[in-house]
Design a binder for this molecule. Sequence first.
Ligand code: AMP
Ligand code: ZN
Length: 459
Amino acid sequence: MKIKLYNTLSRNIEDFVPQAPGHVSLYTCGPTVYNYAHIGNLRAYIFSDILKRVLLYNGLEVNHIMNLTDIDDKTIRDSQKAGQTLKEFTEFYTKEFYTDRDALNILPATKYTKATDYIKEMVTMIETLLEKNYAYKENDGSVYFDIKKFPEYGKLSHIDMNEQKENASGRIKKDEYEKENAQDFALWKAWDENDGDVFWDPSTTLGTSTSLSKGRPGWHIECSAMSIANLGETIDIHTGGIDNMFPHHENEIAQSECATGKTFANYFMHNEHLLVDGKKMSKSAGNFYTLRDIVAKGYNPIAFRYLALQNSYRTPLNFTFDSLDGAQSALKKMYNIFLKLGAEYGNINKNYEDEFITAINSDLGVSQALGIAWKMLGDESVSKADKKATILKFDEVFGLGLLNVNKIEIPDEIIKLKEEREYARSQKNWASSDEIRIIIEEKGYKVIDSDSISTIEKI
Ligand code: AMP
Ligand code: ZN
């Protein structure tokens, strides 16, 4: 069945056709590792995870690259504040990012690429752009991309060059700016004292012939270089949050297409923002929660994943604790139903699976797919064993961790009681075994004995 995806380039839902049948190259703009990810950032990674899981469900192989921005304006600024080297500082937050990823059941990328490992590729690309006259050098040694030289500039974010702010200087050195301020952007930033000891001197250290002076790359060239180095000049899908569309992805397209003469990415997909009181959740606005914050309030991280699944990735999502409560109770209900389905696996229910595939292949309709899953779980004409097989298959896309639900739901205390009871049974101490069974039941769990093993379910 065809997969339909919304392509930001065309602003249309299109049939997804990978370049090589059966294989997908996917690049996701990953975290800037200068702090803990907030749950808005994590919505972006849940979105790319769902996309990947849908592609995998359809039998496609996915080569997924996610970058780690470990050099940019923010990582330099905050590592200096913390009194740490850039490497120490960014490695700490990279580890924390992996912890969040695992807590949210986000499948690991095929490869994580650190920007600082690709300086040579960036320098080579900048040299190509200089040679082809798409870029120019400023007096201080910084190199800028000349947006006038690329007539297609703005094709992703649909910028109107007539709506530009007056008095724009014509070139911009910082990494982030507004759409009304489209200007020549920095590919290479000559060292200044704010950079401290963070710089590369490409002509002496990279073993490549270059005219670039001591400095560091701009943010945008990082993703172009890492995408091309790992996935080739044209990739199938590039993802990120909607704020990445301009300037980041617009600039990635410009510099990549001018350097290679090829289309950079056939599909661009963007998730809408997570909002708080109607405003984008962001570190700079200070209106953010990390995953740790919500876990400290007693939520299961997967409740946040469930909340993200309940909402289309293309709709802004206003975050409230009421909605997280709702997601958490729906998740618990699903876990409890699952636990009561018994040990036997039946067959995947074909009718429900067809409905499910139609939903997920319609531009990642996971909230509809959740509705189908609930309908199936409540359908008395489907046996428990078939329900079990079907919901576990659907969970390959949802990623709610149903297979591990026993481990998640049964507290250590109950497991300990179960073990004590098993010992009592092995000693044929039936009185003690019955006593423990009652204690377990009083705590809200049920013991199911079969010949050789006993299992625990939630009552
Ligand atoms: P950053 O670490 O700032 O580079 O952001 C990482 C990812 O999170 C990017 O894809 C951003 O577009 C995305 N992002 C940032 N803020 C939000 C938000 N409030 N809601 C959803 N995605 C976001
Ligand atoms: Zn990027």
